[in-house]
Design a protein around this ligand. Structure first.
Ligand code: ADP
Ligand code: MG
Length: 489
């Protein structure tokens, strides 16, 4: 699509309509089906009476076009009477698509801050921070409570959050803020951790809790830092900064997600700092997330970092094996699909990076099972997740494992194959055998041979012993997880 003047004018409306349509479709077909087939749809534009939607592969295009194009057309017609036809095509997500509403025709030279490239995808229901308009979210619950709020993901509730050692503190803090916002010591609440560990989930959960409560409901504005910046820039451009400020300052709870985005954006940071101070002084609650702790957010103004660290700082640690199992169990149960324990264990061992990827893998399995009406098996898992598993499958050798484990427990490498049975060397040796079983494709006898010609039953015993210990002893489990991650990275 060539972007002509008129199209630019139309795009924000189209984008909002598109967001609605996607929301409806998602509600109609269900989460799993939506994610599997429809989520990657991108709105390419309107030409005359024809809307073009693209998908990244031919397979997806065929699938969507045979199964959903009638529905797409009907939904479009209901939203926008000019549309009479829908063309589903193959195209990359990078094909032209609407810039965020607020940046349209922004005189970029005037802004000190770089304007990032327009978001390439229309808002995805399910990952909604970038939605151009709060309107149109299909779920009644997500009725925007504040003009400024981005829609909330209906799945991101406290009930849907699985609690384990790595996230229990952050979870407890979030709960506490949802129960009693603006309590001393919890304002601001600063949540931090790597990607896909549940920061956004917890923030939405707080917002749901606060906006849903029947007694003295509060107004909550949740938005990503990116959105905050766009809105601020748009306000400057339209000379409505006063209104912007007033709007922001009228909320009871302000939540800004992914604050690290403001690094290097001095004007926006400044504005945020003032809003922040104003709200805290007025006794309002602030919740912020970032990928690092306040003190590690280099590039953020010092005084802002100091203020951010003044309330409660809670981090979300990387997941442990146990947490991954619990999450998988909860999500499989929720999807109503019977996933054998073996498969859950396999996934929890293989996909250690973050919850988002874990969830993605499970969703794919579930969709596959539903689609073909076949039970989930370990074999099918290997097949369906072939690409994901390959990416996670770095070849680790038994020698590397022995070396790392010996270093970690400060024992001699030769003790990995020695006959010594003292606990101080026997336990690390068992850990190494366990990791060799998990991380390599070697058989038990092969592993045994590498550990001083031990019998395969010894390896078997080591594996079950370590598994048992990990279940009982959190610190030990974290240790083993850490080693695994070191070896896999
Ligand atoms: P972040 O904002 O930290 O990058 P998200 O909150 O978007 O991560 O989480 C990524 C995905 O993983 C979401 O779908 C979320 O629901 C899920 N998730 C993360 N942690 C948990 C958890 N403890 N229990 C259930 N789901 C989780
Ligand atoms: Mg997030």
């Amino acid at each position: 699509m060539t972007t002509t003047e008129t199209e630019i004018v139309e795009m924000p409306q189209l984008a909002a309509q598109w967001a609605k349509i996607r929301g409806r479709l998602q509600a109609e077909v269900g989460e799993v089906e939506y994610r599997t087939w429809l989520r990657q749809m991108t709105l390419a534009g309107l030409d005359g009476d024809e809307i073009t939607v693209t998908l990244p592969t031919r397979f997806l295009r065929d699938w969507v076009s045979t199964r959903y194009s009638d529905r797409l057309r009907a939904l479009w017609q209901a939203e926008n009477p000019t549309v009479r036809r829908v063309d589903v095509r193959v195209g990359t997500a990078a094909s032209p698509s609407p810039p965020p509403v607020e940046t349209l025709s922004a005189p970029r030279e005037r802004l000190r801050e770089p304007v990032p490239p327009a978001s390439i995808e229309p808002p995805r229901p399910g990952r909604t921070e970038a939605a151009p308009s709060p309107a149109g979210w299909p779920d009644d619950r997500s009725e925007p409570r504040s003009d400024l709020a981005a829609p909330l993901d209906p799945r991101f509730t406290f009930e849907g959050f699985v609690v384990g050692k790595p996230n229990e503190f952050a979870y407890a803090c979030a709960r506490r803020v949802a129960e009693r916002p603006s309590s001393p010591g919890f304002n601001p609440l600063f949540l931090y951790g790597g990607v896909g560990l549940g920061k956004t989930h917890l923030m939405h959960a707080i917002a749901w809790e606060l906006t849903d409560r029947t007694s003295s409901p509060v107004s909550v504005a949740y938005m990503s830092a990116e959105k905050f910046m766009y809105r601020f820039i748009a306000a400057i451009r339209s000379q409505s900064t006063m209104e912007f400020k007033e709007n922001l300052r009228s909320v009871d709870v302000l939540m800004i997600d992914d604050l690290q985005f403001l690094i290097g954006k001095d004007n926006t940071q400044e504005e945020f700092f003032h809003t922040f101070n104003y709200l805290v002084e007025a006794g309002k609650q602030i919740v912020v997330s970032a990928d690092k702790s306040p003190s590690d957010l280099n590039g953020l103004e010092h005084r802002l970092r100091t203020r951010l660290g003044c309330g409660m700082v809670a981090d979300l640690h990387s997941t442990t094996y146990e947490l991954r199992i619990s999450i998988l169990e909860a999500k499989a149960a929720r999807a109503g699909v019977d996933v054998p324990v073996k498969v859950l264990e396999f996934l929890a061992h293989k996909i250690t990076s973050n919850v988002r990827e874990l969830e993605g893998a499970l969703n794919r399995l579930v969709a596959h099972a539903n689609l073909f009406g076949r039970p989930v098996t370990l074999e099918a898992t290997h097949e369906v997740l072939h690409d994901i598993l390959k990416a996670h499958d770095r070849r680790v050798t038994i020698e590397e494992i022995q070396k790392k484990v010996a270093e970690h427990y400060s024992i001699r490498l030769t003790d990995m194959s020695s006959a010594r049975r003292a606990r101080a060397v026997a336990r690390p040796r068992q850990v190494a055998m366990f990791l060799a079983k998990q991380l390599t494709s070697r058989s038990l006898p092969e592993i045994g041979r590498k550990f001083g010609n031990r019998d395969h039953t010894t390896v078997m015993h080591a594996v079950s012993r370590v598994t048992e210990l990990m279940e009982r002893d959190g610190t030990f489990a974290e240790d083993v997880e850490l080693l695994r991650r070191l070896l896999e990275s």
